[in-house]
Design a protein around this ligand. Structure first.
Ligand code: FDM
Length: 212
């Protein structure tokens, strides 16, 4: 009998929403409950393309805005064979940022529209669930200073948040808004419940593709 596929689960959100903490806790909880699960993150900074992106984010290099957008997308495409292999083997992938960050961050820059930004990611594996960790800019500010990397300013993060809100209106994507102002444990419980339901449902569904 063919092995049941794993689910592709993505966590998105603005800075300080707790995505990375929640991805780690979710993978741990799924593994504890006997469900094979692994974490991935984008950008994946260890590849050759990822190193170019990392230098750009750390302000060690400058790249033209369209160019870096395409590099972020290429960084996802280069990991597609591995993602598909793991999903087919029955491993659920919990992904810290995906194409939605790509579109939200670039389209928050002047001169970019959502449509152009979405094009390079058309055909990528479509997540079975995208959870958006929602946190108001005021609450994010209470969680401390932004870091040193490019994009880590409150003005830009607000623009990104608005773009995410536009993206969440797309009914072809299975979005779930999660209130990230709750305690870490409450957010975790909420995310785990949605994920377990999704893993059950995904077993019997083919993996989709992102559309434009
Ligand atoms: N980012 C992330 C993009 O601009 N485009 C993308 O496609 C992706 C996946 O890179 F500022 C931005 C979002 C964030 C930075 O930071 C990555 P973390 O802390 O590694 O998630």
């Amino acid at each position: 009998m063919a092995c049941k596929r794993g689910a592709l689960i993505v966590l998105e959100g603005v800075d300080k929403a707790g995505k990375t903490t929640q991805c780690k806790k979710l993978v741990h909880a799924l593994q504890q409950s006997g469900c094979p699960a692994e974490m991935m993150r984008f950008p994946e900074r260890t590849t050759t393309i990822g190193q170019l992106i990392s230098a750009y984010l750390e302000n060690k290099s400058d790249l033209e805005d369209h160019t870096v957008h395409l590099l972020f997308s290429a960084n996802r495409w280069e990991l597609v064979p591995l993602m598909k292999k793991k999903l087919e083997q029955g491993t659920t992938l919990v992904v810290d940022r995906y194409a939605f960050s790509g579109v939200a961050f670039t389209s928050a820059k002047p001169g970019f529209c959502l449509e152009w930004c979405m094009k390079p990611d058309v055909g990528l594996p479509k997540p079975d669930l995208v959870m958006f960790l929602q946190l108001s800019p005021a609450e994010a500010a209470l969680r401390g200073q932004f870091g040193e990397e490019r994009y880590e300013t409150s003005v830009f993060q607000r623009a990104v948040q608005q773009k995410f809100e536009q993206l969440m209106k797309d009914p072809s994507v299975n979005w779930r808004a999660i209130d990230a102002s709750q305690s870490v444990e409450d957010v975790h419980e909420n995310i785990t419940t949605h994920s377990l339901n999704t893993i059950d449902a995904a077993e019997n569904l083919p993996l989709g593709e992102l559309c434009g």
